[in-house]
Design a protein around this ligand. Structure first.
Ligand code: HEM
Length: 544
């Protein structure tokens, strides 16, 4: 089972019977009884709890199925407790299954979606344990969810183990706290601010390319597993973006965080045992210590930075995230001030979100250009035309790299680092002709929409950056068909950073080398939280 499904499973497992799906009428009859449960004897409470379990695990799913069936929405049958988790696992091809160089990847990486969409149509029900999700891939409905009726939908809670992985920062916040943080953090991601970071990003890239060149054999060739290198590159860029002038201290903190991530990922992989994360096992103790070290080091860094900000009020240089958060933490309005704990969580979130997504974009784009020498040459010609003799493109050069922009879009279409997202109806809502009761969860499969032949045409599974020549809005039958960074108020805050970094990195790579897939490359896209090549990406580079 892929991690995405584990994540989803987690959500179900932890949320269990507290799901707000509802049948609010029934809920309002039952809940007060349960709330005053202390008055009852243990036996009565036990009976009532059993009753609630039966309602949630047997009767409620049947009611939900009927509710949607009346509206013509079908899906695989609900199985007690597990829902469709077993079928989802069975539909996954085995990881050793041979896969050609095809870009028709949905049957492999999102097998359950591919399978049930073919049977039940674009909108269908699927059960993740006792939690139902309606899979939506109709662009008109997508527009309603993210833009027209976005106030009616919210993100679902991040389960505690996932929070430990990704931090309790912007991507998991909701309501006023989210709006406040988003407003503050956005300052760092304005294009004008990011452009000031280009020389630093260019230097990291140059250092990486120099190391590759030093590994060249006498015939001027070298094989590089690029995904590892791009992870380090993205880590450096995100460290600069978050910590700016405190880069060295920040780097040490992110190194601790990377170690902590390994332990948190391990815990995440383990079968869920309630309370397990509180047991003093060897791994848990190390993980707690690392967590404490990250927090203490960050606190120290924040104090240090506060003092230097008091002395230096100049507005020169890019605004890093730490600076904007520290300034917001000094707010005189105590309820809107960002607290030190918030800063810690935001740093964790940015580390995960900024490192793994952009590195995947770089990896897939390199693989695609290695597979398509024609587009590789077109992109290289453009880079030389625009940048001339410069070895690091300037901010003006980057804006002019149109072909490279099209290539990145096509890479994000075929291999979106984030394959899907989930939203929940906050209130009873109509979506097209669908009537969604409060609490209904929606699964929005970015990857499925990006590979839909009805939206993209018969060449949907071909690498054809030319489809973006007239802009993103004209590339498919609907402008909602392309959403690698999400849509609406909660779209990706790091989009500009990711694109600037990717353009810079690929342009510099094209200026130094030509490249092709190594004979050892195996095309095996897999979702491990993000969509990545299962066996890495070995590429042969040849000095130009
Ligand atoms: C190719 C690179 C990237 C891709 C494809 C990507 C994709 C996405 C998507 C699809 C969402 C929306 C999720 C949803 O609606 O549920 C999102 C949100 C987010 N992304 Fe990215 N992302 C990328 C790079 C980055 C970078 C570089 C950063 C940070 C430096 C970042 C930070 C975030 C954050 C914090 C959110 C949550 C925003 C909010 O809820 O207000 N992302 N990203």
């Amino acid at each position: 089972m892929t991690e995405l499904f584990e994540t989803i499973l987690f959500v179900c497992a932890r949320r269990g019977s507290s799901s707000s799906w509802p049948l609010r009428n029934e809920g309002s009859e039952i809940d007060p009884v349960f709330k005053s449960g202390r008055q009852f004897s243990g036996q009565i409470r036990y009976s009532l709890n059993s009753y609630k379990v039966v309602i949630n695990l047997c009767w409620r799913p049947r009611r939900i199925q009927n509710h949607f069936l009346k509206q013509g929405i079908r899906g695989p049958k609900y199985n007690f407790l597990l829902g469709n988790l077993k079928e989802i696992a069975d539909l996954q091809p085995s990881s050793s299954q041979h896969f050609s160089l095809s870009h028709d990847i949905v049957p492999r990486v999102f097998s359950f979606y591919h399978h049930w969409k073919n049977i039940y149509g674009a909108t269908f029900l699927v059960w993740f344990g006792p939690t139902v999700r309606v899979s939506i891939s109709d662009p008109t409905l997508i527009r309603d969810i993210f833009l027209v009726k976005s106030d009616n939908f919210e993100k679902i809670e991040t389960p505690p183990s996932a929070k430990k992985l990704e931090g309790d920062g912007l991507s998991s916040l909701r309501g006023e706290k989210w709006a406040h943080h988003r407003k503050i953090l956005t300052q760092t991601f304005y294009s004008e601010n990011l452009k000031l970071m280009i020389p630093t990003m260019g230097k990291s890239m140059k250092d990486m390319l120099t190391k590759w060149s030093s590994k060249m054999s006498k015939d001027g060739k070298v094989e590089i597993e690029v995904s590892e290198w791009f992870l380090s590159l993205s880590e450096e860029v995100i460290t600069h973006t978050v910590f700016g002038s405190s880069y060295e201290d920040g780097k040490a903190i992110f190194e601790l965080q990377a170690q902590q991530l390994v332990y948190a990922t391990n815990a995440f992989h383990q079968l869920f045992i309630p309370g397990f994360r509180f047991l003093p096992t060897k791994k848990n103790i190390i993980s707690w210590k690392l967590d404490k070290d990250v927090r203490n080091s960050l606190m120290k860094l924040i104090e240090h930075r506060k003092k230097s900000l008091e002395c230096d009020q100049s507005e020169e240089g890019p605004k890093d995230l730490l600076e904007v958060m520290i300034k917001a933490s000094n707010s005189t309005y105590s309820n809107s001030a960002i607290k030190v704990d918030d800063i810690v969580e935001e740093c964790k979130t940015m580390f995960l979100a900024g490192k793994y997504t952009t590195s995947n974009l770089l990896t897939w784009t390199t693989i695609l250009l290695a597979m398509n020498p024609h587009w590789q040459q077109l992109a290289r010609d453009e880079v030389f035309n625009v940048c001339g003799a410069r070895d690091t493109p300037s901010k003006d050069n980057i804006a002019k790299l149109k072909t490279l922009g099209m290539i990145l879009n096509e890479s994000l279409r075929l291999y979106p680092p984030l394959a899907a997202t989930i939203r929940r109806a906050k209130i009873d809502t109509t979506l097209g002709t669908l009537n969604l009761p409060q609490g209904t969860e929606l699964l929005i499969p970015f990857i499925g929409i990006h590979h839909d032949a009805e939206l993209w045409g018969d060449d949907v599974n071909e690498f054809n950056p030319g489809r973006f020549a007239r802009g993103v809005a004209q590339a498919a039958k609907s402008p909602m068909a392309f959403m690698p960074f999400g849509l609406g108020a909660r779209h990706c805050i790091g989009q500009n950073l990711a694109i600037i970094q990717a353009k810079l990195a690929i342009a510099m790579m094209l200026m130094s080398f030509s490249f092709e897939l190594a004979p050892t490359y195996q095309h095996a896209p897999t979702i491990l939280i993000f969509l990545c090549p299962q066996y890495g990406a070995p590429i042969i580079f040849k000095k130009l």
